[in-house]
Design a binder for this molecule. Structure first.
Ligand code: ADP
Ligand code: MG
Length: 716
């Protein structure tokens, strides 16, 4: 079938009246937010008061769960779910695959009299033992000891997932081995939240704040993605197998004109977004913003921030629903970090902060000197943590897809640095220098008159090139890939900041014990020392520039360019030490993760290589051969020679790729294997692509077997 004809089909989307139509939001039945969530409102309505209070204490203050309430909660949850049409329930968990897992159980059991009754008790709520022995564990679970448990996480509310023929109650759970080791991304996140809360509360004590009982970390992630017509997706084995295009010549038009960014959202896309947001709202996911992103057919969606564990769960739902709802509009949502070479990739900005149960954001500069002091203390703790554990932070965003983005001229660079904004940076530098700068607003630290400046709420301008930026009252870790779950990056952030806060509290205590000490003076001294030692990680210039790479090198900052360079950071002595100290992951658990990530990298590159070779042989090569016939028939020798030459190059490049990918090293460590994939296999794929992309520019359009960039990126 000629290509042009198909394009017309893809471009002819017509609003289906059955699913389109504005909702009257003044009607109560149309206020759908949270209607499929067994959250506080449903819990209060359905649980006995005493049970509700106990559950609330666990959720709001981290009190230990009273197992005696499990039966009552289970029974209320079941009745609620049945009323919503659920026939099954599942412990919903997050194995180390980076996505979620579920195994459904029916609520109904036979009675033996030819009927059935709904069964679901506290036992089923609290714990399950899915077989689940095929998930990656990095050697923690040999199959002979394959028992793995899922355990209810009461901090994240259960929800109903609807599908065309029924509904399922999903219970967020943690997944662990029978010996208690974490096999998922939820358990360490919860442990790290616990650790940070304890550290921050101790610090707040020193500041004279005894009212807070819990410090929560919060996360709000901005998600970028592409939407392409599903017809193109299913015509591309590379997109199906690997999530990215392994071939495709650069189109004449990309995003050079910046005409897509923040542009008016195409009808079909907006219709999709509205439905996706509505479905997410029903699941209690508070989507706030949406817009076109930089690249053609690239978009972004962001929720309002939530407590980390809930935010991480909701992030999974966002990724899943974007993909699911897109299909209703004959679109496919691409979450790969770099679906199109030469076109901006998709990332995820992980906005992160810490707040008390009394409603105070610890990273809010505030407008009293006391608030300012506290802010400086916690901000300095973050700076110290990011500097000290820069390699580990880099490792949390390392994967095969990210290697096409990080370090290229679009995403944040692979070097981790912090952008503070001009105001805060000036204040920190002033403190470190022990003097007031002319440019510093108002006077501060004139020792004796310890008045800190009022810091503007949204201090500083923006720096899009920074991987870690302070943005008003939170830090924004911008180096995550679009495909990433939030558990691991936030686990790392929480753990290293907890360590930093504890270190600084220790220093503060020492200084406060001295005669004549004041809180102001002591805090400023601690912040000064920390900034002197760790201020090197602060950088306000262009993170993409060559000059920064040189400067960062001079400052001793790490530049871990690729995934195999970065992953070993998961098992360095300093990582093991901090994770063990805070009981977030022990050495075995860390090693397991490291092994899983290395294995995933190898496997992904191998799948790409096999797919690339296969497409080249069975789709592109035949097209080139047909083109030779065409040229022969036309009788123009120059043309035949040109195509023939490229085709011969293609054949040679395919053979070379197949050869390197058939000869993986079988001895040596896994990381050496990963390096082989990076150094031998990826370049061989690149060589095939180079010839193939040239052929794309020569072969007759109706003979070219793959949808082109121009089609995928511009048909909306
Ligand atoms: P921008 O693109 O300017 O960074 P957006 O409004 O698109 O801003 O996204 C900001 C994100 O930061 C949102 O997801 C928002 O909920 C989140 N955010 C705001 N405050 C906090 C906080 N205290 N903790 C974590 N995330 C936050
Ligand atoms: Mg942002």
């Amino acid at each position: 079938m000629p290509t042009r004809h198909k394009n017309l089909g893809a471009a002819q989307w017509i609003a289906d009246e059955a699913i389109i139509g504005a909702v009257d939001l003044t009607l109560p039945e149309n206020n759908v937010f949270g209607e499929n969530v067994f959250g506080p409102a449903a819990q209060r309505a359905r649980l006995p008061k005493s049970v509700f209070r106990k559950l609330e204490a666990t959720i709001a203050r981290g009190a230990e769960l009273d197992p005696s309430i499990a039966d009552a909660v289970a029974s209320a949850m079941k009745d609620w779910a049945l009323a919503k049409g659920a026939t099954h329930y599942t412990h919903w968990f997050q194995p180390l695959t980076g996505s979620t897992a579920e195994k459904h159980d029916s609520f109904f059991g036979p009675t033996g009299e030819g009927t059935s009754i709904a069964e679901f008790s506290g036992k089923e709520l609290i714990q399950a033992e899915p077989d689940a022995s095929s998930f990656p564990t990095g050697g923690i679970r040999a199959t002979f000891e394959a028992r793995g448990y899922t355990a209810w996480d009461p901090t994240s509310p259960a929800f109903i997932m609807e599908s065309p023929n029924g509904a399922t109650l999903c219970i967020p759970t943690a997944f662990m081995s029978w010996t208690g080791e974490a096999l998922d991304n939820k358990l360490p996140l919860l442990r790290s939240m616990e650790a940070l809360s304890a550290s921050a509360l101790k610090a707040l004590d020193l500041f004279g704040d005894h009212a807070a009982h819990r410090v929560f970390t919060t996360v709000g992630a901005e998600q970028e993605y592409f939407l392409i017509d599903e017809q193109y997706f299913y015509e591309r084995p590379d997109l199906i197998n690997t999530g990215r295009t392994l071939y495709g010549a650069k189109p004449p038009k990309g995003h050079e004109l910046d005409d897509h960014y923040f542009g008016s959202i195409p009808d079909r896309v907006l219709a999709f977004m509205m439905e996706a947001e509505r479905e997410l709202a029903r699941l209690g996911v508070p989507i706030k913003t949406r817009h076109n992103e930089v690249a053609p057919n690239q978009y972004e969606v962001a929720p309002i921030f939530e407590i980390s564990s809930v935010g991480a769960d909701h992030q999974h739902l966002i990724m899943q629903l974007l993909q699911k709802i897109a299909r209703r509009y004959a679109l496919v949502a691409l979450l790969h970090e770099k679906p199109f070479a030469g076109v901006n990739g998709s990332g995820k900005h992980n906005n992160w902060s810490m707040g008390t149960d009394t409603g105070m954001n610890l990273l809010e500069p505030g407008d009293t000197p006391h608030d300012n002091l506290q802010f400086l203390f916690f901000a300095a703790a973050v700076i110290r943590a990011v500097d000290k554990y820069q390699g580990l932070l880099r490792a949390t965003v390392a994967n095969a897809g990210q290697d096409h983005r990080l370090g290229a001229n679009e995403a944040p660079p692979a070097i981790i640095s912090i952008y503070l904004g001009a105001e805060i940076q000036r204040v920190m530098e002033g403190i470190a220098a022990g003097k007031v700068r002319k440019s510093t607003p108002k006077s501060f630290l004139g020792l004796g008159t310890p008045v800190l400046p009022n810091m503007p709420l949204h201090a500083g301008d923006r720096n899009r090139t920074s991987p870690f930026a302070f943005t008003g009252n939170k830090f924004e870790f911008r180096a995550l890939g679009a495909n990433q779950e939030l558990g691991m990056p936030n686990t790392v952030l929480n753990t290293i900041v907890a360590e930093s806060i504890d270190y600084m509290s220790g220093e503060l205590k020492k200084k406060l014990a001295k005669r004549g000490a004041t809180l102001e003076k002591a805090v400023v001294e601690v912040v000064r020392d920390v900034y002197k030692q760790h201020g090197r990680v602060v950088f306000d210039g262009d993170g993409y520039s060559e000059a920064w790479h040189k400067e960062a090198d001079k400052r001793g900052l790490l530049n871990l360019r690729t995934t195999p360079d970065a992953l070993p950071q998961f098992v360095t002595p300093s990582t093991v030490q901090v994770f063990t100290k805070y009981k977030v992951l022990d050495k075995r658990e860390l090693t397991a993760r490291y092994e899983v990530y290395v294995e995933q990298y190898i496997t992904k590159v191998n799948i790409e290589a096999e797919t690339a070779a296969n497409i080249a042989r069975t789709l592109i090569l035949p097209a080139a051969l047909r083109q030779i016939d065409l040229c022969d028939a036309g009788g123009i020798d120059g043309l035949t020679a040109e195509v023939r030459g490229l085709t011969e190059e293609l054949v040679a490049a395919i053979a070379a790729l197949e050869k390197v990918n058939a000869n993986h090293p079988h001895s040596g460590t896994a990381i050496k294997h990963a390096e082989y994939m990076r150094d031998k296999v990826l370049p061989a794929m690149g060589a095939v692509r180079e010839v193939a992309d040239q052929l794309e520019g020569i072969v007759a359009d109706d003979l070219w077997p793959l949808p082109k960039y121009q089609e995928m990126l511009f048909v909306k």
